[in-house]
Design a protein around this ligand. Structure first.
Ligand SMILES: NC(=O)c1ccc[n+]([C@@H]2O[C@H](COP(=O)([O-])OP(=O)(O)OC[C@H]3O[C@@H](n4cnc5c(N)ncnc54)[C@H](O)[C@@H]3O)[C@@H](O)[C@H]2O)c1
Length: 364
């Protein structure tokens, strides 16, 4: 069972996102029919390889004479120039032509890293994403942002590079740890806030009694979420306008992550908390939005943010270090009403400090 979403990135360039279960046969067939059959590079997350190697390889081996794989150790620290350089060496030493395709199998870490490799080797070889986390399926595999982290900050080196296809196969989600479901859910909640409040009802059904429904029941919501991201990205491929809406809650989240030195909570948890700050700031600028729909999901997060402290002035100042800051003014994505995002700049910081106060009171 699967469903396809067409994505146009320019008038001449387009690709398809396929969402479904048991897609490996379809993946192998598509790759073999469109790209060189003599060789395939596969860059794969170590945990995904451990859990799913036979499922992946049995289908690919039927179509390709040679599959050259590189297993990436799990974790954000591997989204690095060191790992990038090792993979490029590996590919060049193994022989590569412009028509050799690269299959990226993993979450956002492997997708971003392998995507940047595909963009760079021979100035671009065909890239196919096989996202294996909920977050990667609804967010990171879509939109063409690739790259690695630098010690100065996250995602500071990279390129916009569009894949030739994306296959979101929920079969992989069978082994996804609970924490990673929660992380992906934050981005779906974000889509609910900025675009489609009906997603709240679906998410409630999929997380009844604090349990996650079986992966195949998630297919419709993954498709709808991917559709929303595609729609926003298509209108703003290089992130100069409305793509900023996807940062709803994220300016607060980046500070939460940085203040806790990235150890105390995950990005998804920080985004969840960040959305409370963004709702409060929205209400203080004239909106009237309830946090009830977000509150409902709090038990799944079990989040305590004592570590970020209570110095709202400092937290607000830290927002000015966000890489998306312009002219030293805090820019926040807020809501005029549910599903209606807007960008607002703040020279006066009192309102932002008050929003931090509210966020802290919700999570301590
Ligand atoms: N390019 C973009 O537009 C974009 C958007 C959002 C986030 N990102 C990036 O994505 C990254 C986060 O992605 P993520 O949340 O997928 O993290 P991740 O890639 O680190 O995966 C999370 C964990 O899940 C494991 N895992 C992956 N698939 C699994 C599976 N099917 N079964 C069991 N374990 C599995 C991984 O080994 C890892 O431990 C960050 O680096 C972030 O910057 C990029």
């Amino acid at each position: 069972m699967f469903d396809s979403i067409p994505v146009s990135t320019t008038s001449t360039d387009s690709y398809t996102i396929t969402v479904g279960e048991n897609l490996m046969e379809e993946v192998a067939e598509t790759l073999a029919s469109r790209f060189s059959r003599s060789k395939l590079f596969m860059i794969i997350d170590e945990k995904v390889y451990r859990n799913h190697s036979s499922y992946i390889e049995s289908e690919l081996e039927m179509k390709f004479s040679r599959i050259t794989k590189y297993v990436v150790p799990s974790g954000e620290s591997n989204k690095s120039m060191e790992q990038f350089s090792r993979i490029v060496d590996f590919i060049l030493e193994n022989g590569v032509e412009r028509s050799t395709s690269l299959l990226a199998v993993g979450g956002g870490v492997v997708g971003d890293l392998a995507g940047f490799v595909a963009a760079s080797v021979l100035r671009g070889i065909p890239l196919i994403h096989l996202p294996t986390t909920l977050l990667a399926m609804v967010d990171s595999s879509i939109g063409g942002k690739t790259g690695v982290n630098h010690e100065v900050g996250k995602n500071l080196i990279g390129a916009f590079y569009q894949p030739k296809a994306v296959f979101a196969d929920v079969t992989f989600l069978e082994t996804l740890p609970r924490q990673e479901w929660v992380n992906g859910m934050s981005e779906i909640l974000k889509y609910a806030m900025i675009e489609s409040p009906d997603l709240f009802t679906q998410l409630k059904e999929l997380t009844q009694h604090n349990e996650f429904a079986s992966p195949k029941e998630w297919i419709p919501i993954i498709k709808q979420s991917a559709d929303i991201k595609v729609d926003i990205v298509n209108k703003d491929v290089k992130e100069s306008g409305i793509r900023e809406f996807l940062n709803f809650g994220h300016t607060f989240a980046h500070v939460i992550e940085r203040k806790g030195e990235y150890g105390h909570c995950s990005h998804g948890e920080a985004v969840f908390a960040g959305m409370f700050g963004a709702v409060e700031a929205s209400n203080r600028t004239g909106a009237s939005i309830s946090t009830n729909d977000l509150e409902y999901f709090k038990p799944l997060y079990n989040l305590n943010l004592e570590k970020i402290g209570t110095d709202t002035k400092e937290l607000t100042q830290l927002m000015l270090r966000d890489k998306k800051v312009k002219d030293q003014t805090i820019r926040l994505i807020l809501l005029e009403e549910m599903g209606k995002p807007v960008v607002k700049s703040f020279e006066e910081t009192k309102l932002v400090e008050a929003s931090w106060n509210y966020l802290i009171s919700e999570f301590t």
